[in-house]
Design a binder for this molecule. Structure first.
Ligand code: COI
Length: 443
């Protein structure tokens, strides 16, 4: 942790021109303002090279908790400067990754938007002056909040671009690229959100009401899994799905949703980020509810879904079992293909309805993870506050399972889908209990 105590000096400003991939793609041979072709702007950014050559400094959940537990002015400033200097390094690595893709891939719809957003964020972070006071930190938190909001549509844009690009990229390469992009994005948002939350914790402490807090920054120190499952279940069961038009003609669309039974070690708690756990559980239960309804279209009462919790020495596990017919789909050879962004592994990626849904989410002001978060009112919002909109269906954009897999593995957990073909699906989610694993980011 010595690096946390010696924040790097800020970089001095360099050239100001923004390199926009769109220009590169449309006018590759044209000559830019400073006598460089746009392609040279795209590939030849000195600052980017400098930052991309640095190593990221991954953290463990435990380090984040220990550092933030006794937050004070000095620590919050150290934390701010860490985020200020670490995020441009992590973004630079991913910009380099984008540049290494075949040209035809980066020309796909959505990819230019992502590249542009990252290049702009990179420039703005590296120009941000060193944080020396709490007032500086307040300005920094506002700046970071704005960027977090601006980037809320990155995932649907990336997913759209890569789905369209999948005929041109081998599935392994496509999926490992996407994995690096998504893990890195989660990591940056964790660091950014955690710092903003720590700054709020400090304010609460100064007002004298931070002592009995159940969280440090965005991490709950004793997150109760059963409560998270119940929260997601209550929300999902009270809301309309876009499932009715997929039901066979004459089917009973009035049966109540499956009951969700929680059993096992139901009082298990562990330190974790509630938004990550709840994102995964929300997606898994949503899939189970939907599949059960479609499989038992004529039933008056739908079979229940079982969520079993277990607490091992190093891991906690949740198994979600449904009777939704399993994962035997003509488009899918192996359940793990459902995590793939390549149409060669999962042909639903190229379906018109899916691309259309992705396009509409990509251009909305809210990203999909933000939507789940809002729906569940995670962190400080009590469940009873939720007033579900019973009419708006969830957009089916096909990123719930791959994103759940990335969230599960980010701090060293796992997600496994087991199909009991013709009967149902068991999903095993395992998450580390002690918080000692480093973030799974790749350089
Ligand atoms: C992202 O959401 O993709 C980010 O990189 C967030 C960061 C700019 C604060």
């Amino acid at each position: 942790m010595t690096w946390l105590l010696s924040p790097a000096k800020p970089f001095m400003l360099a050239g100001s021109s923004r390199r926009i991939l769109t220009n590169v793609l449309t006018t590759t041979r044209s000559v830019g303002r400073r006598g460089l072709s746009n392609a040279q702007h795209f590939y030849g950014n000195k600052q980017l090279e400098l930052y991309a050559a640095k190593e990221a400094k991954p953290m463990t959940l435990r380090q984040l908790v220990f550092f933030g537990r006794s937050i004070n002015e000095e620590r919050v400033i150290i934390s701010g400067n860490y985020v200020r200097t670490e995020l441009p390094v992590r973004i630079a690595h991913r910009l380099r990754d984008l540049q290494a893709l075949p040209y035809i891939v980066v020309t796909q719809e959505g990819m230019d938007k992502v590249y542009e957003m990252y290049l702009s964020a990179f420039d703005r972070f590296r120009r941000f002056p060193e944080i020396k006071t709490l007032e500086d930190n307040e300005v920094f938190c506002k700046f970071v909040r704005e960027l977090l909001d601006e980037h809320s549509t990155v995932i649907p844009n990336l997913s759209l671009g890569l789905s369209l690009a999948s005929p041109y990229l081998a599935p392994n390469r496509l999926d490992s690229f996407m994995r690096r992009m998504l893990v890195s994005r989660i990591s940056r948002r964790v660091l950014a959100e955690h710092h903003i939350a720590l700054s709020k914790d400090l304010q609460a402490r100064r007002r004298g009401n931070g002592a009995s807090s159940d969280h440090v920054g965005i991490i709950y120190t004793a997150l109760n899994i059963r409560k998270s499952v119940e929260k997601c279940a209550a929300y999902l069961r009270s809301r309309a799905f876009d499932v009715d038009h997929d039901m066979p003609k004459g089917a009973n669309t009035t049966a109540a949703w499956s009951e969700i039974i929680v059993d096992g070690h139901t009082e298990t708690t562990f330190p974790y980020i509630p938004e990550h756990l709840e994102y995964i559980i929300f997606e898994l239960l949503k899939n189970s509810l939907r599949a059960t309804r479609l499989t038992h279209a004529d039933a008056r009462t739908l079979p229940p879904i079982q969520a079993t919790i277990s607490a091992g020495e190093n891991m906690v596990a949740i198994r979600i079992s449904d009777q939704g017919g399993g994962l035997l789909l003509p488009q899918i050879k192996s359940p793990s293909d459902l995590f793939s962004f390549s149409h060669l592994r999962n042909s639903t990626r190229m379906e018109h309805s899916r691309l259309g849904a992705l396009r509409s989410v990509s251009s909305s002001t809210k990203g999909i993870t933000a939507t789940v978060k809002e729906q569940l009112g995670s962190m400080s919002q009590p469940t009873t506050r939720e007033r579900p909109d019973r009419t708006a269906p969830y957009p089916r954009i096909g990123i719930g399972l791959p994103m759940s897999n990335i969230f599960a593995t980010y701090f060293g957990g796992s997600l496994e889908l087991v199909s009991m073909d013709g009967y149902g699906t068991d999903v095993y989610l395992r998450l580390p209990k002690l918080g000692t694993n480093l973030e799974g980011i790749e350089v």
